[in-house]
Design a protein around this ligand. Structure first.
Ligand SMILES: Cc1cc2nc3c(=O)[nH]c(=O)nc-3n(C[C@H](O)[C@H](O)[C@H](O)COP(=O)(O)OP(=O)(O)OC[C@H]3O[C@@H](n4cnc5c(N)ncnc54)[C@H](O)[C@@H]3O)c2cc1C
Length: 413
């Protein structure tokens, strides 16, 4: 255990950066007298303006990688209990299933689009890779279709089959924007600071990190902030500070719907397969998340549009959002009668060589440099475990809560 003074800089105010700030302030060795924690976030609008504020928010025991999920799920439960996550960030258990059926408006695929942004090539977000396929049923009755009694917000007549994807209690959800901001607020209550600006350079001297150059958003002026430890958690933007990182990105769109009538929408997350055109065999697969407060989130597939320099410059393709809306509303009268409150787009960080995320120290690049990026489609789920591991790495010198050797930066850099 090290007792010397620490100046920790976290680059990126997404869920990974903000959760890490939180866990550092809760580490037994943390004292605001001997440790400073600063999170640098490039957006002018504060934390969680990227994927961390625009994700679905699924937390699952069946997510991957297993080593990280094992510590993350229980940490989510603990955080929710300790800080009233139910009211503060919409924590709750949900049912999760695959829904297969047909659109109410068939053979109109030309009007519908496929939910992919302009110029993009359709890419799966790959959330269900950790699961086995469910059993099939061709029957027409509600029971034989597998539709649960309380799943009333999808049209039964359009349903071919519903299959639960996990046992009750194995899947939960958070509102990712609220969760991320809560982590930052709770960290700030214990002395962490949020800096609004863009990190432009890692300073390394004699094989050690010495600081980070930042351009402040309010003044436009540059400054060098000294650091003993730098945690690079800039999501898809991480290679802009360490070009050898094999991280690329996928843009995905999502919408938030206020259904009508304003009744309770039962807590289900649906991985759909909606047949749009029998003739052409065209199907689409939006994910649909009921959220507390009578809100429904839906997202479409990813595309390969170029990452802009700043999260605030992400371009939203209205046509992609419109097709997600048409697809999901075509299987639900409640969604069809509702209104779209938000249309948004964001970039998911992907490890180019597959696998990931990349988590750990990178002493072969510089002492004091830590990487935490490439969380793909499970960053909301895996943020608390990542953050706990990093807090141990920085404060104790080693990760004790899990074996994350598979994620070691040395394997990727
Ligand atoms: C449509 C969609 C649905 C998803 N659903 C789920 C889900 O249900 N469950 C789940 O577990 N995961 C989900 N994910 C994945 C999850 O959103 C990501 O894995 C996670 O948000 C990544 O967090 P992050 O903090 O690494 O990156 P980000 O959220 O991108 O945060 C990085 C931050 O770094 C900042 N930054 C970048 N460069 C700099 C710089 N130079 N200086 C300062 N700041 C900088 C950015 O502005 C940004 O705020 C989903 C993703 C998408 C796209």
């Amino acid at each position: 255990m090290t007792s010397s003074r620490k100046d920790i800089i976290i680059i990126g105010g997404g869920i990974i950066g903000c959760s890490t700030a939180y866990q550092l302030t809760r580490h037994p060795s943390f004292s605001p007298v001997t440790t400073t924690i600063r999170v640098i976030e490039a957006s002018k609008h504060g934390p969680a303006q990227g994927a961390s504020g625009k994700a679905g928010g699924l937390i699952a025991k069946w997510a991957y990688p297993k080593e990280l999920v094992a510590i993350s799920f229980s940490e989510h439960v603990k955080l929710a209990e300790e800080h009233n996550g139910q009211d503060r960030w919409g924590w709750r258990y949900v049912e999760c299933g695959s829904w297969e059926g047909q659109s109410a408006v068939r053979d109109k695929d030309a009007e519908f689009g496929d939910g992919v942004g302009a110029g993009g090539q359709r890419k799966s977000l790959e959330k269900t890779l950790g699961l086995e396929e469910g059993s099939k049923s061709n029957s027409t009755s509600r029971k034989r279709k597998g539709l649960p009694d309380d799943l009333l917000w999808v049209d039964e007549s359009l349903t071919h089959r519903y299959s639960p994807m996990a046992a009750s209690g194995d899947t939960a959800q958070v509102h990712p924007f609220l969760f991320t901001n809560s982590m930052m607020d709770l960290a700030m209550e214990k002395g962490a600071a949020l800096i609004s600006g863009r990190a432009t350079r890692l300073n390394i001297s004699d094989g050690k990190v010495t600081g980070v150059n930042v351009i402040h958003n309010d003044t436009g002026k540059g400054e060098t902030l000294p650091a003993t430890d730098v945690i690079l958690a800039a999501g898809a933007w991480s290679p802009s500070l360490l070009s050898t990182l094999p991280i690329s990105s996928t843009r995905a769109h999502s919408i938030i719907i206020l259904p009508q009538p304003s009744v309770d929408i039962a807590p289900y997350v649906l991985f759909t397969e909606i047949a749009l055109s029998k003739r052409r065999g065209l199907t689409v697969s939006p994910e649909i998340y009921a959220r507390p407060g009578n809100e429904v989130y839906a997202c479409g597939p990813g595309d390969d549009s170029l990452l802009p320099k700043n999260v605030d410059d992400v371009v939203i393709d209205e046509a992609a959002c419109e097709s997600i809306w048409k697809h999901v509303s075509s299987i639900s009268p409640e969604l069809r009668a509702g209104t779209v409150r938000k249309r948004q787009g964001c970039f998911l960080p992907i490890v180019e060589t597959g696998g990931g995320p990349i988590i750990g120290a990178a002493p072969h690049i510089a002492q004091g440099l830590i990487i935490a990026t490439g969380h793909t489609c499970w960053g909301i789920c895996n943020a608390p475990g990542t953050a706990k591991a990093l807090s141990e790495l920085v404060m104790d010198g080693t990760i004790q809560c899990a074996n994350l050797q598979e994620m070691d930066p040395a394997k990727y850099l």
